[in-house]
Design a protein around this ligand. Sequence first.
Ligand SMILES: [Fe+2]
Length: 520
Amino acid sequence: MHGGFDRRQLLAGMGLLAATPLWAQRMPPKIRAFPFTLGVAAGDPDPTGFVIWTRLVPEPGEPLSGLEPFPYPLRWEVAEDEGFSRIAAAGETLARPELGFSAHVTVSGLRPERPYHYRFRSGDMLSATGRARTMPLAGADVRQVRLAVGGCQEYQGGLYTAWGDVAKADVDAIFHYGDYIYEGGPVASRMNWSTGQMESTVRLHDGPMIFSLDDYRRRYTLTRRDEDLQAAHASAAFLCSFDDHELVNNWVGDVDQAETPAEVFRLRRQAAMQAWYEFMPVRADALPVNGVSGPYRQYRFGRLLDARMLNTRNWRTDQPCGDKYGSFCPEVNRKDAEVLGRQQEEWLVKGLKADPARWNALLQQIMVMDLDRARAETKTINTDSWAAYAVPRDRLLDGLKGVPNLVVLTGDEHQHFAGEVRKTGEAPEAPARAIEFVTTSISSGSDGPGERKEHAAFLSRNPGLKYIRDERGYSLMTVTPDGWTADLKVVDSIRRTGGKVSTAASWRVPAGVARLERAG
Ligand SMILES: [Fe+2]
């Protein structure tokens, strides 16, 4: 402080000081309304704990959500029982205005492979209770892991009935492959691409295309008020990644599709990634630095499963062929193309080779199978998938050769797919390198017909692809030493409440060979 400078006198002289200024009070004023309107969440588990999350939103829509510009103290508790009589850990944290009054607590010191319950308290107001399991120790002999997989949840696409079902599944963890929000403005009606029919939107975004931190916060708040989504978060720890729509359609690195100057694009990315961090139950290392939130992570379920969550956006080279879906061009074979970037790729390949588990999984966003999208006589591809990056794709598959029982979990496509992964040009009779399960969207695209008339031709054009279904839902993975079973779940309608969830198909991968067997 400068000598002789008295801030109180100065402010009083300016007429800004009636009593003790708010910023000088030690405690923030009492919160007027129930602040835990967005529920609670847990994520990023390890053998000693996980992150627990909440956000104070007493009055959504009001400036600062009805709060004053203070860090608000919050009490948190983790217990072994639902009644919170056996407290395992407890403490106090601050919900800071800089982070939109979100709170992330990294809980540690818990016992491995155990269920826990957690909650927050502000004054006499208590949050909902969430559940999360700690991971097994790295060397543990684990007999089973159950993972739910979901993502692509455009709020305007329809209801989150699938998340309500995930909440009842009691899984070990939930992999969110991204597209948690979508950036677009409200659309009252639009074409359903599956059926070709115009349909009205069942619920609308509450503002135009989003750009600023406040815009992104508002979109997450709208999304997170959904009760089915809150129930899923409260049911198990999430493994959170992001794809493109957390920022804008098909961005990679410093580039969006509108060719916005990189230095301007990076400002939007900074806003988007801060909001993503604020709303996700992720560790402190996911706090964006210069707009990049880039952790890729290992989730090790003992000796049974090594799951590696990847970031396929931040270090990828721009999509080839003008990013035109269903096209093909020589740039697909560019030698200097990257998907993961060399650092992440090395971490993945070296890590899995050095100490593989019985099953080894890539948890990521874009399809690895290089499917022929069948829009022309010659092969065409999805340019926003691994198929558009032949050199790094083949290098990755070569690098992972010898890693046993490799399974890829993917999203983005808004349909269920199950198929075999091979290198570019490998014959369909050649042994597959991996099995890939692409999980359909929670809501994006609205109701689908299940089977589309072009599916049969699509399957025969892509012999490695064994299954495709166009309907909203999620998937449930059950991993045991003998096999990996994928239950592909679908909802009969997300345009009305009470939609019925069923298993459209179950596929099993036997340990030892990359092959899909129909199991139901
Ligand atoms: Fe999506």
